[in-house]
Design a protein around this ligand. Structure first.
Ligand code: THU
Ligand code: ZN
Length: 296
């Protein structure tokens, strides 16, 4: 095996490494389903908790920390039992606020895959304040268990006491709640239709700016990102960041991007087009297609 996971695998205990290698192809994007996880637990003879901590370097190998060279890996475990890895992403030459944290990458991976609840988050460094706030936006956020190397497992409420969250702004259907907004748009362009569907699944309770980005590569593959707002506003995750983090998790290069589409609601109090263009133009010479749609 000669790919981005090779160094991390060589550090793992032999039985775990042998069980994992068949999963770690070039296209491994950090997703392991509940059955595969049960097999890994059995074959490695570790507890699930030990195993998840041990495979964090595999998650960290999905990172693209072009500025800091600091590799952070996180795993979100969904209520389905499936696990979703994520890693930090830094954009070369752009303002630091475009950075995606590993925890955000893992959570957005779970959300884009249809999870409606996250029960555990495992991460190789203590989550920063911004990530604690981001996690607090999720369904039952304060009870999500945080697992760190060398620390006792604690719920988020331990790491974020006296929390400020969606309830303070009277939002009762927090992030990961299934919610669909429908828009009026006639199109038979599959990339635009995908962006439209994803915008309908976005989370924008504070501005109603439902939005999503789809990036299309030269071979026709697509990578989407939805907008995910936060009660404290600043830790919100932009759809372009989520899409880029999705693309990088799938081991794709920025130079493969052929098209970028942003769909956003005409009823939003804000527009994400400027932020999306800034992020896109730092990594690709592609014009952003901006489509404003009317909710039904
Ligand atoms: N980082 C994370 O991914 N998660 C945290 O909670 C701590 C910080 C990343 C962000 C940035 O890419 C790098 O680590 C240095 O801060
Ligand atoms: Zn963070």
């Amino acid at each position: 095996m000669q790919n981005r996971f090779i160094d991390s695998v060589s550090e793992l205990p032999k039985p775990l490494a042998c069980a994992l290698v068949p999963l770690l192809g070039d296209d491994f994007c950090g997703y392991i389903d509940a059955n595969q996880l049960a097999n890994l637990v059995e074959q490695s003879q570790l507890s699930e908790q030990e195993l998840l901590l041990k495979i964090l370097p595999i998650a960290a190998a999905l990172a693209s920390p072009t500025l800091s060279q600091f590799f952070v890996g996180a795993i979100a475990k969904g209520a389905s039992g499936d696990i979703y890895m994520g890693a930090n992403l830094e954009l070369p030459g752009e303002a630091l606020f475009h950075t995606v944290h590993a925890e955000q990458s893992a959570i957005s991976h779970a959300w884009l895959s249809g999870e409606t609840q996250i029960v555990d988050i495992i991460v190789n460094f203590s989550p920063c304040g911004h990530c604690r706030q981001f996690i607090n936006e999720l369904v039952d956020g304060s009870t999500i268990n945080i697992h760190l190397p060398g620390q006792q497992t604690q719920p988020l409420s331990h790491y974020l006491p006296y929390a400020f969250g969606p309830k303070d702004l009277n939002v009762t259907r927090p992030l990961l709640t299934k919610n669909e907004v429908e828009f009026v748009l006639e199109s038979n362009d599959p990339t635009i239709i995908e962006a439209l569907d994803q915008a309908g699944l976005s989370y924008a309770p504070y501005t109603q700016c439902h939005a999503a980005v789809v990036l299309e590569t030269h071979d026709g593959a697509t990578f989407c990102g939805r907008y995910a707002e936060n009660a404290a506003f600043n830790p919100s995750m932009q759809p372009m960041q989520m899409a880029l983090s999705n693309l990088v998790r799938h081991n794709r290069e920025y130079s493969e991007i052929k098209r970028a589409v942003l769909v956003e609601s005409s009823k939003g109090q804000i527009s994400l087009v400027g932020a999306a263009m800034d992020a896109l133009h730092t990594i690709a010479a592609v014009e952003l297609e901006h489509i404003v749609v009317e909710p039904i």
